[in-house]
Design a protein around this ligand. Structure first.
Ligand code: NAD
Ligand code: ZN
Ligand code: ZN
Length: 532
């Protein structure tokens, strides 16, 4: 009984849904802990106030009893807070192989598929009350006085494929979604279960979601093997519900989903570079297949679904006059390309820029370079149709690298100097364009295309040394969603950013495989799934 009472009162219980090793000490847990500490301090303050200011009562010692009682209750709040939240437990150990510690792994945002798994040596609070001893009698008092925080949702036990027992939200939503079960397998549209939002989470009704090359990387096992994956991550939609403690968004808000909800607390955030945040947030609860198997949402989003569950910080409110088909694209590829030019490459007016790979990301880099005032923009691709589209986004020269050596071509149009900023947006299967880019640049090379694990780079070090070049990676275009999304939507609304040009077609949820094929054949920039 005590166990269920404890669960009912513990908003963090929802965070133990799914596999316990992934449960980490979370912000919500921290809030609960702090709420109890504050309650304790208030009670102690009240006790002192009674002792100091209340005049002696008619009955002997009543004032003293009240004062001492308040002081004792206040003091008891601290062990109670530790007990109910497991505070002090379940923190990353900092020393096992999954837990390199923040400073040793600069590129490890937890929302990304490249992030380290959570610490496997962390300690979870015991699930049995017997292990924990008898719960403090305070819980009964708190029940009576309704002092305790409200539970986010009740949980129920469900049996998973492996036979083990897990818990999931009782009031969950069933929606249609696109899932891939194994490396290289075709995607399937299935009914999945989306829990109600817990503390710090938001449930979002998806209106549109673009098909990005990264979804294909997931399907091919190029990013990880945490199958089954729930694909889709370039999305916009309406917030439908939010969990406890969410203040940044509310139901009805039109939002773009982002995969970098920064923490604001880590070393990188505190040093003013939140786009390298070490501790970005995703929803803590798991979405599941019908049989209870946990899904891994692509980039912590999973938006090829009628509704998805994310951390509230993953929702960025933008002007609702923008069409969802266009707005959603800023959620990944288009933002990555624009940011590769504007934020990482720092393109400025009069620059010469070369962009390798003119898909959605590359064309966005071209559009960004044009917006920043670059005067020479060379588009390189192996597909003439792509090069034609690149012109429409602002390329001043185009090069088909199957027919012409791109290094010579870029040199030819830059007076022999090479480009000031060269952007690799190829996502090229067999090779990275970076080596040839380094040969042509004396400026900055930006890698925004995601390299495959087997890719390596051989550098002509003397050239690199002698020319003052720089090689930079661009995660999500080094964007800050709260700063960049509303700005770019405003530029679009003013007709200064041709975002609508990226939408080649709108499709249904059942058409993802065909869209992947069209993307591989270079027939589209972006296919966008539109939901009713
Ligand atoms: N860094 C990030 O945050 C981020 C975000 C989104 C996407 N990406 C990555 O960016 C890359 C591009 O994504 P996309 O959606 O534009 O893909 P896409 O398939 O639409 O475009 C890739 C383009 O590269 C061209 N290409 C292929 N091989 C080439 C070669 N050898 N030389 C020149 N061009 C070549 C193709 O013809 C195509 O036009 C992918 O690797 C994707 O995973 C990175
Ligand atoms: Zn941070
Ligand atoms: Zn993407």
């Amino acid at each position: 009984m005590f166990r269920s009472i404890r669960r009912w009162f513990d908003p963090t219980d929802m965070q133990r849904v799914g596999s316990n090793p992934d449960y980490r000490f979370s912000l919500a847990n921290e809030r609960t802990y702090l709420a109890w500490i504050r309650t304790g301090l208030a009670l102690i303050g009240g006790g002192l106030a009674v002792a100091a200011f209340v005049p002696p009562l008619r009955w002997p010692h009543v004032r003293e009893v009240i004062a001492v009682g308040l002081l004792l209750l206040g003091a008891a709040c601290w062990p109670f807070a530790r007990w109910i939240t497991g505070h002090g437990a379940n923190r990353p150990c900092g020393s096992d192989s999954h837990c390199p510690g923040p400073d040793s792994r600069p590129f490890s945002p937890s929302s990304s598929p490249w992030a380290p798994r959570s610490c496997s040596s962390s300690w979870s609070p015991p699930d049995s009350d017997n292990e924990n001893g008898t719960p403090p009698p305070l819980i009964l008092l708190a029940t009576a006085t309704r002092l305790l925080p409200r539970s986010a949702a009740r949980v129920e036990a469900v049996r998973t494929r492996g036979g083990e027992t897990r818990k999931r939200a009782r009031m969950a939503t069933q929606v249609r979604a696109v899932v891939v079960h194994g490396k290289g397998e075709q995607v399937r549209v299935e009914t999945i279960t989306v829990p109600d939002p817990g503390p710090g989470e938001a449930l979002v009704k998806i209106q549109a979601c673009g098909v990005c090359h990264t979804d294909l990387h997931y399907r091919e096992g190029g990013i990880g093997d945490d199958f089954p994956y729930l694909l889709g991550h370039e999305a916009a939609g309406l917030v439908e519900a939010v969990g406890d403690g969410v203040t940044e968004v509310k139901p009805g808000d039109f939002v773009i989903l982002n995969w970098r909800a920064v923490c604001g607390q880590c070393r990188s955030c505190r040093r003013g570079r939140p786009w390298y945040c070490f501790n970005t947030h995703n929803a803590t609860q798991k979405m599941t297949l019908a049989d209870g198997t946990s899904l891994s949402p692509a980039l912590g989003i999973g938006a090829f679904a009628e509704k998805t569950l994310v951390a509230a910080g993953q929702c960025t409110i933008v002007d609702s006059e923008a069409p969802a088909t266009v707005a959603g694209l800023l959620g990944c590829g288009v933002m990555a390309g624009l940011g590769a030019a504007l934020n990482t490459g720092n393109v400025s007016r009069g620059d010469s820029v070369a962009v390798f790979g003119c898909g959605g990301v590359g064309d966005a880099a071209i559009a960004g370079a044009a917006l920043a005032g670059a005067t020479t923009i060379v588009a390189v691709d192996i597909d003439d149709q792509k090069l034609e589209w690149a012109r429409q986004f602002g390329a001043t020269h185009v090069v088909n690298s199957r027919e012409t050596d791109p290094v010579e071509a870029v040199r030819a149009v830059t007076g022999g100097y090479g480009a000031d900023v060269t952007i690799d947006a190829g996502g090229c299967r067999r090779c990275s364009a970076a080596p040839s880019m380094l040969a042509i640049t004396r400026g900055t090379v930006v890698m925004v295309g995601v390299p495959r694990p087997e890719m390596t780079l051989e550098l002509p070090l003397l050239d690199f040394f002698g020319r003052g070049g720089a090689l930079k990676s661009s995660w999500y275009g080094d964007c800050l969603p709260s700063r960049d999304f509303p700005t770019l939507i405003a530029l679009f609304r003013q007709g200064r950013l041709p975002l609508a040009g990226f939408v080649s077609e709108t499709i249904g949820l059942d058409d993802i495989e065909a869209a992947f094929a069209r993307m591989e054949h270079g027939e589209v920039l972006r296919s966008v799934v539109v939901f009713e």
